[in-house]
Design a protein around this ligand. Structure first.
Ligand code: DLL
Length: 431
């Protein structure tokens, strides 16, 4: 299946984008107080957006904005039109909230169907979907895309590796969708059970939600004997399906008829020249429930325009995600901000606000250890007391983050103090 829009002449694409941008600007101006204020402060009206570049006069929106308007203050339509609500990690205890109308789900299904098709998937494929179903957008995003494309989706969600392998063999699934690190873990687990990953019917991996490298791609392709493609997205924009690789495996095509990309210098806010690294900023051109103008993804990429030599699509390509401008970590596909952990620790009387997060990759899976100093008053040699405190902290953090963590209590004044910014994170993963 080929979506013609993916091959639009660049001039026609710009016209379509401008037309959609002007409509969207009017919608948010009329319905979202945050954007009305932003336009008023810039002393412009939506109608003054005469070119795509005119957008730059508006400020960036980010997770902090969403936090300030938690939970529904950024909605641009009445609740009666909202059909689904998702969330992503906020910087502290509360998630960022995003919503979908009927049409938003249609667009999401379309961009995900296009993404699966872009990697070579068709209606004949059986998709083993091992992204988590829930508030996280990975599971349902792939699910909707598969329905739209006409392939068969097996909604396994994340985890349950034994069952994943059993059904993979019995159902002869042909596409695996999960995080890249889980795909490696699953292959290793298969081998440990005496199952040869080469003997399965998997032919394509559509992998994302966390950073990975070309070296990891080679490893995954070799261990499974498949083609592994990078898929990118974020809840605030729609979920997975913002950008994906084609057979060229040289950059991810951004579905720019729905998501208008800009690459800016995160320090100055100025656009960076083509091919240079900067922060990806996205404007949703068609989203109805939670449309965002100039959403700061905090992801560092470079962008290339022009017809793709491999597939002929004219949609711009972004590089792999090269890093972040903030301190967000992704542990087993789940976004974690040190400030979230801090907010838990500050509530616990027995600990000091001195902590460090140590991230390692054990085999293919990420481990997060939270080391925290115990208050002198409470520090006791009684192992039982310390163990129960450790367990309590672990429980609290795990219930906020939904991932397993290790907690290690350390003696007062043992975590290295810094004279400047505290070094909260030691990331020992080699990705
Ligand atoms: O991770 C959506 C998604 C699901 C994408 C399944 C791909 C596959 P969030 O939980 O909101 O949404 O996290 C978004 O994850 O800003 C990036 O920092 C990171 N991320 C997503 N895809 C990739 C990728 C989903 N392919 C945040 N490579 C983004 C590197 C990625 N980082």
């Amino acid at each position: 299946m080929k979506y013609k829009v993916e091959y639009l002449d660049p001039e026609d694409l710009r016209k379509l984008q401008l037309d959609r941008l002007r409509n969207k600007a009017l919608q948010v101006y009329n319905n979202v107080s945050y954007y009305r204020d932003a336009f008023d402060r810039a002393r412009i009206k939506p109608d003054d957006l005469q070119t795509l570049d005119d957008l730059r006069i508006l400020p960036l929106t980010d997770k902090e904005t969403l936090r300030a308007y938690y939970p529904f203050g950024m909605f641009a339509v009445p609740m009666s039109l909202i059909k689904e609500i998702h969330g992503s990690s906020g910087t502290t205890g509360k998630p960022t909230v995003v919503a979908y109308t009927d049409n938003d789900i249609k667009v999401w299904s379309e961009v995900m169907a296009r993404s699966i098709a872009c990697t070579g998937g068709t209606y004949l494929d059986i998709i083993q979907n091992a992204y988590g179903y829930g508030l996280f957008t990975g599971g349902l995003g792939v699910h909707y895309g598969s329905l739209e494309l006409g392939s068969a989706v097996v909604p396994l969600s994340s985890g349950g590796s034994k069952r994943q392998l059993q059904l993979m063999q019995d159902f002869k699934t042909t596409i695996l969708t999960c995080t890249p690190s889980y795909s490696i873990y699953l292959a290793e687990y298969a081998e440990s059970l005496g199952i040869d990953p080469h003997e399965t019917s998997i032919r394509i991996g559509i992998l994302g939600a966390e950073p990975w490298s070309d070296a990891m791609r080679k490893q995954i392709e070799a261990v499974w004997n498949i083609k592994a493609y990078d898929i990118y997205g974020l809840s605030e924009i729609i979920g997975p399906g913002v950008a994906v690789e084609c057979e060229g495996q040289d950059g991810l095509h951004v579905w720019a008829d729905h998501f208008l990309p800009e690459i800016i210098d995160p320090e100055t806010g100025k656009p960076v020249p083509e091919g240079q690294d900067g922060m990806l900023v996205i404007t949703t051109l068609t989203k109805e429930a939670t449309p965002f103008l100039r959403y700061a993804t905090k992801d560092i990429v470079s962008m290339t325009t022009g017809k793709c030599p491999a597939c002929g699509r004219t949609m711009p390509r972004i590089s792999r995600i090269k890093g972040r401008t903030d301190d967000m970590l992704i542990i087993r596909g789940i976004n974690v901000f040190p400030s979230q952990i801090e907010s838990v620790l500050l509530e616990i009387e027995e600990t000091e606000p001195h902590y460090q997060l140590v991230v390692t990759r054990e085999g293919a899976l990420d481990e997060l250890e939270v080391q925290v100093e115990v208050d002198e008053k409470f520090f006791s040699d009684e192992i039982k007391v310390l163990e129960s405190l450790e367990k309590r902290i672990k429980r609290e953090i795990e219930s906020l983050l939904s991932i397993a963590v290790k907690v290690k209590l350390v003696e007062p004044r043992t975590i290295t103090r810094s004279e400047g910014k505290a070094k909260r994170v030691i990331d020992n993963r080699q990705i």
